[in-house]
Design a protein around this ligand. Structure first.
Ligand SMILES: Nc1nc2c(ncn2[C@@H]2O[C@H](COP(=O)(O)OP(=O)(O)OP(=O)(O)O)[C@@H](O)[C@H]2O)c(=O)[nH]1
Ligand SMILES: [Mg+2]
Length: 215
């Protein structure tokens, strides 16, 4: 098994690498803290970006080592394209050989804006080709403010948001920072279940591509 195949096999791996991206105020740092079960990343409600640089921390969840990278909103910080490219290179370096998940935070209590979609497209371009989509999971944040089931809401959201969810092959998880610790644990488990399936699907595709037969 080569390192690429290994990097996707989340069910057997002891380390799971997760990077969190998205618009300022969407709850990226809060989500990082939910995943790690501790206050690793500063969280604030502010008119400007709270997270100004890339941060990383690690924690344990049910015997797995989670490595989480929290990122700033590169568009809101007004970075030049060279600076933005350097940021993304730094994220990739921290997630070597590859992240198991790129979590794109989207608030489920506010309309999805063209600015937010432009940030997603910029990130996709900076990451290179369609490689971001392979590991993309939409993280719907502010789940405490969601009145309906997400799959119901997704039928009526903008074409842009529908295309993001399609890029992620329908992978999404709802997070709610106001939930109990047990409920937050279930949110993390929901994500890991998705990553396990992603790992299995990747191995099947990998073996099929190599041998022409399903594994
Ligand atoms: N009600 C509610 N508030 C949340 C939730 N997630 C985050 N928040 C609040 O949203 C605000 C912004 O959260 P952050 O985690 O700092 O957002 P961020 O995406 O890291 O923002 P930047 O660092 O500026 O890019 C804080 O006041 C959080 O408490 C949630 O699920 N529910
Ligand atoms: Mg932050």
């Amino acid at each position: 098994m080569d390192s690429k195949q290994e990097s996707f096999e989340c069910d057997t791996l002891s380390e799971v690498r997760i990077i969190i991206v998205g618009k300022t105020g969407n709850g990226k740092s809060t989500l990082g803290n939910i995943l790690l079960g501790k206050s690793s990343f500063p969280v604030c409600c502010s008119m400007s970006s709270t997270t100004l640089g890339t941060q990383m921390d690690e924690g344990q969840f049910k015997g797995k080592q989670l490595k989480v990278v929290d990122t700033p909103d590169i568009a809101n910080l007004g970075l030049t394209s060279d600076e933005a490219q350097r940021q993304v290179s730094e994220w990739k370096r921290l997630m070597t050989p590859d992240p198991h998940a790129i979590l794109l935070t989207v608030r489920c209590d506010a309309p999805y804006t063209p600015t937010e979609y432009a940030l997603y497209r910029q990130l996709q371009w900076l990451w290179g080709g369609n490689s971001l989509s392979q590991r993309l999971v939409v993280a719907f944040t502010f789940g405490d403010r969601l009145d309906l089931q997400v799959d119901t809401v997704l039928r009526t959201v903008s074409k842009e948001l529908q295309s993001v969810v399609k890029d992620a092959s329908g992978r999404y998880v709802v997070f709610n920072s106001k939930a109990t610790d047990d409920e937050k644990g279930q949110q993390v488990q929901n994500l890991l279940d998705i990553l396990e399936k992603l790992g299995r699907d990747f191995v099947i595709t990998y073996i099929t591509d190599k041998t022409g037969k399903r594994g």
